[in-house]
Design a protein around this ligand. Structure first.
Ligand code: NAD
Length: 296
């Protein structure tokens, strides 16, 4: 069993850290939010007073933070993980951030003798609660092997996808695909309804053909019913489309459809739908078509 420092105990980090406690690990957690910290203590973890306290004596440090500024502050900042963790510690950043930040963190950590993996996840809050996350991991193969017992507690599909930053690139690819598919399912619904076709029946047929996909399977009924409780919020997807575009720029490629989807997500947010599920991209197409509807 390992001594683990866990920083960022929110929607995802909360249940993930609880699974590690339940698996018998010695988990010392830290979050700027008092409620998140209290939840970990209730579940048998130690509540740390700050980053340095959480990583004190840890063999493994896990970060699950909102975005790159928080990762930079917690890991690279004064009194951060690199300043305070012992040499040989394995830092696993499971936040979704830009690939270039993951690479920069890994380079900076090398000087301190700290090993780093980027290991963003897919599967949402339900996946975190059920320990069924997909985990895409970038970094050295030996470090991936060392982290495998930890990943096994948290997820079901766990793949080493390449060097530092590769996990974030795969996650960015996931988010651009998911955003694009939501946008197109929304357009299919608007087209069918405006043409007098029952969209629910139409999507049932499509879900059995070449256009079949998981989003059609899981979300077509709630989208047709205009139920947009999150799930995964538009605000977070907006962040992730920014990451996808930053990754494209870094890789010197043009991703025109990703650019368009990013604008649609930004538009959903500007319309005040940031706290709705990302399937609410449908509302943008409705607005553009002069067919705005009330939520179901
Ligand atoms: P969240 O906002 O619920 O949790 C982040 C936690 O970090 C919060 O509790 C916050 O208080 C804490 N925090 C922020 N700054 C801190 C600091 N400086 N020091 C200590 N704690 C700090 O977010 P989440 O939904 O748990 O997402 C975390 C990451 O996982 C994000 O990068 C997100 O994109 C990604 N992700 C989320 C989901 C999802 O469905 N929610 C799915 C896959 C991936």
């Amino acid at each position: 069993m390992s001594k683990i420092g866990f920083i960022g105990l929110g929607i995802m980090g909360g249940p993930m850290s609880a699974h590690l406690v339940a698996a018998g690990h010695d988990v010392s957690g830290y979050d700027v939010g008092a409620d998140a910290l209290a939840r970990l203590v209730d579940q048998g973890g130690h509540g740390a007073t700050g980053v340095a306290d959480a990583v004190d004596g840890a063999e493994i440090v896990i970060t699950m933070l909102p975005n790159h500024p928080q990762v930079e502050e917690v890991v690279l900042g004064d009194g951060g993980v690199l300043d305070t963790a012992k040499r040989g510690t394995l830092l696993i950043d499971m936040s979704t951030i830009r690939p270039e930040t993951s690479v920069a963190v890994a380079q900076a950590a090398q000087d301190n003798g700290i090993r780093v993996l980027d290991a963003p996840v897919s599967g949402g809050e339900a996946g975190a609660k059920q320990a069924a996350l997909s985990i895409m991991v970038g970094g050295e193969a030996a470090d991936f092997a060392a982290a495998q017992p930890i990943f096994d507690v948290l997820g079901k599909t766990i793949v080493h996808v390449g060097p530092h930053g590769a996990g974030q690139v795969v996650k960015a690819a996931n988010q651009l695909l998911v955003g694009g598919i939501y946008g197109l399912v929304g357009e299919a619904i608007v087209l069918m309804e405006a043409s007098g076709v029952d969209a629910g029946i139409g999507l049932d047929v499509l879900a059995g053909g070449l256009a079949a996909n998981r989003i059609l399977d899981l979300k077509r009924e709630s989208m047709v019913a205009r139920q947009f409780q999150p799930g995964f919020r538009i605000d977070l997807h907006h962040k992730d489309m920014g990451i996808a575009l930053a990754a494209a720029r870094q890789a010197d490629v043009a991703l025109p459809l990703t650019g368009l989807v990013a604008q649609l997500v930004a538009s959903a947010r500007a319309m005040g739908h940031g706290s709705l599920d990302h399937s609410a991209l449908l509302k943008v197409t409705e607005e553009l078509s002069g067919r705005a509807q009330k939520e179901g």
